[in-house]
Design a protein around this ligand. Sequence first.
Ligand SMILES: Cc1ncc(C[n+]2csc(CCOP(=O)(O)OP(=O)(O)O)c2C)c(N)n1
Ligand code: SF4
Ligand SMILES: [Mg+2]
Length: 291
Amino acid sequence: MSLLQKRHVLQSFERAKATKARKHRDTLPTWCPGCGHFTPLQGLYEAVERLGIETKDFVLVSGIGCSGRFPFFIKGFGLHALHGRAVPIATGVKLANPDLHVVIVGGDGDGLGIGGGHFPHAARSNFDMTYLLLDNAIYGLTKGQTSPTSPMGMISSTSPYGNISQPLNASTMALTYGATFVARVFSQDRDECTRLIGKAMEHKGFSLVHVLSPCIEFHKTMTYESVQSEVAKLPEDYDPSDRVQALVLSESTDPIYTGLFLEEHSPSYHDRVDEIRKKFEQPVLEEKVVV
Ligand SMILES: Cc1ncc(C[n+]2csc(CCOP(=O)(O)OP(=O)(O)O)c2C)c(N)n1
Ligand code: SF4
Ligand SMILES: [Mg+2]
């Protein structure tokens, strides 16, 4: 185990035991010590704390995967749903009670593989929800199969001669689908993770936080060291209102940019529904019925 990896193992224990975490934690996380998923969990605890969101006003919906275990580790209402179905279930929750803060958590397999058909519609409709997509470029829970974000050539039990399909890029997809808030963060960067999760939860509309979250157990090439050598923060003068520029930079692989790609203010799904409702609430003019 490398030094950086050892540091993450220790930090993940510290994070799990932290006092602030205790307030929002239900049970101790069961992830492998050092798993990338600890940081976004801590980020979510801190964001909920900072925004003063009460437990009764918060719902976490997850799919299946190591990432899907999130709702067990946080106090509040949670749904550990079906594989790939976190997004439509969260949409239903939000439709039933628009006052709730709805956060979706899922993995790359969950959200871009089996659940890939749901992501564009939640984004384009601008549902007021936050999606934490924990991308370790592998199926972690089922012990290391090739996922939709695995790099070309990756060897696994399902691609023993190397992956022959192009990887998907969750940030670019969200930008293409019309999401109004798109951020990418490396799970090693704890403060940035907390900041972006909080900002995403404050955003009115569909927000994606794409977390590069190494699986230290099964992914042999996407490690803390490899990601650290590939990432760079977006340039200081970067303008997050420019979707075209966001698309260009989110596609870059050398470096892989992290930070807030896009923040756009436009009416959410519920704002649009309210507009329609107002139209129907106006007095209906008597119409002459012609027989
Ligand atoms: C319908 C269905 N198909 C397949 C599975 C098996 N399965 C469970 S989790 C998973 C993939 C998990 O990978 P990912 O979503 O990337 O989450 P991670 O464990 O990496 O966090 C699969 C294929 C399942 N539970 N249900
Ligand atoms: S198998 Fe991988 S993704 Fe799952 S808990 Fe362990 S390190 Fe995390
Ligand atoms: Mg995964």
